[in-house]
Each structure stands twice: as structure tokens, then as C-alpha cells.
Design a protein around this ligand. Structure first.
Ligand SMILES: [Zn+2]
Length: 240
């Protein structure tokens, strides 16, 4: 992809985020790593549904502005994005939004850890909630750092959702999957009849994921002792 194509894609994904109701007003941010030391980020103070390519800001890995048109300034949450790139060399894109169901779980500080739908078990495993940190402070990247090794998405306590991936579409799809998983978990609780997948069924789905050799990280493959704490799932679930 050329840089111009990446800029177009960032604007398209911003529109999808806005049209999906994942962000209100000027909320949310997107970034894409172009090369070893160059990152394109969305500007602060702009609705993500109405961005044009010239609004995007190019920064380096320290967050210093390299290229900008006019008065645009990089996202106030850039530090959080930089932390992800620093911790995960395989990641090329980071997406942050406030999708209503996912953010409801973030507000309740409830991780998404119920094995309810097969796709969520395969693609996400579970989604932990980070420690609370005030938006745009340096505590936000610190809160996210501990989850980078084993996860591709987290809920930010009392704030929203953050996802990352090998490219922008992958990162955005993770975000959509988190919101869908949160919505399903919420609605099935209202219905009151949800049947969780058994440990054996979950193990089988983890095996399917391994066979598919999907990119990214997944807690099913991580240090089991750590995951037991992070995911708060039944111990047997992570013992294979
Ligand atoms: Zn936010």
C-alpha cells in the first residue's frame, strides 16, 4: 500500500467507526505504522467520521511530529498507540474507540471471559480490563503494557476499547469482534438462558486456532499461570 492509500483507508475506517456508533463527537483514534520509525495518526479534535487524508499527522516512534498540513495536532492518546508499537514489533495498526457494549463492560470492570460464541473464543480468547488510568496521561500506556504479550485487544477501565493488529483492517475487525462479543454477553445475560461452552469445547476451539495459524496473539497460547489471573477463567480451561 502506498502512503496515500493508507491515508484513505484510515479515513474509511474512521467513517465505519463513526457510522457504527463506536465513537461520539470527536472521540476515538487510529494509527498505522508506515515504516520502522514513521506512524500516521488521526488528528485530535476532529470527528473520525469526517476526516480527510490531509488531516492525518505523521509522527515518529517518540511521538515527535514529522509531517503535518495546517494546524492539525496528533491524537491526545498517541502515547498509548506508541506503547503498543514499542511492545509488539508485529503490530502495524492500533484502533481505539468507545463502542457502547464494550465500554459498558469497561465501566463495570468486567472482562469478557465467558465462552459463549465459538468465533470469539477462536479470535479473542478473552478480553481483559486494564487498570484505570485517566485518558491521555502516561498512565494509560503503562496500564496497557502488561497485556501486550498475550492479547490483541483490551478494555480500558471506565473508558473504552483498544485493539491492534498486523494491518488496519485486522485491528478494526478485532475492535468490531470485541463489541459483538460484549453485546452478545450482555444480551444473553438478559435472556438468562445462555449455555457456556464446556472446557473441552473451548480446548477444541483453541486447537482449531492453532491449526489455522492465525496471526496475532491469543491468551489460549500464553503462560497459563498468568492467564488464569488475567482472564479469571476456570483453571481447567487453560490447562492442556
Ligand atoms: Zn478514548
Amino acid at each position: 500500500m502506498t502512503e496515500a492509500q493508507v491515508k484513505q483507508q484510515i479515513c474509511q475506517i474512521g467513517k465505519r467507526m463513526y457510522d457504527s456508533g463506536f465513537v461520539a463527537a470527536n472521540d476515538g483514534n487510529i494509527s498505522v505504522k508506515l515504516s520502522g520509525n514513521e506512524i500516521l495518526t488521526t488528528p485530535t479534535g476532529v470527528s473520525k467520521g469526517f476526516m480527510t487524508p490531509e488531516m492525518l499527522v505523521k509522527v515518529d516512534m517518540e511521538g515527535q511530529v514529522l509531517e503535518v498540513a495546517g494546524e492539525w495536532r496528533p491524537s491526545s492518546e498517541l502515547k498509548m498507540h506508541l506503547k503498543v508499537y514499542q511492545g509488539r514489533m508485529d503490530v502495524q495498526a492500533v484502533v481505539h474507540a468507545h463502542p457502547p457494549y464494550a465500554t459498558t463492560f469497561a465501566v463495570a470492570r468486567m472482562p469478557l471471559n465467558k465462552p459463549l460464541i465459538a468465533e470469539a473464543v477462536v479470535s479473542l480468547g478473552c478480553v481483559p480490563v486494564t487498570e484505570y488510568a485517566a485518558p491521555s496521561t502516561k498512565e494509560v500506556p503503562d496500564a496497557v503494557a502488561g497485556y501486550l504479550e498475550h492479547f490483541d485487544a483490551v478494555l480500558l477501565a471506565n473508558h473504552g476499547a483498544l485493539a491492534w493488529g498486523q494491518d488496519l483492517l485486522t485491528a478494526y475487525h478485532k475492535l468490531e469482534s470485541v463489541e459483538f462479543y460484549a453485546k452478545l454477553t450482555f444480551l444473553s445475560k438478559q435472556l438468562g438462558e445462555a449455555q457456556e461452552l464446556t472446557n473441552t469445547q473451548v480446548e477444541c476451539l483453541y486447537e482449531i486456532r492453532k491449526k489455522l495459524a492465525l496471526p496475532g496473539r491469543h491468551p489460549g497460547n500464553c503462560c497459563k499461570a498468568e492467564c488464569k489471573v488475567i482472564c479469571k477463567r476456570k483453571e481447567a480451561l487453560l490447562d492442556d
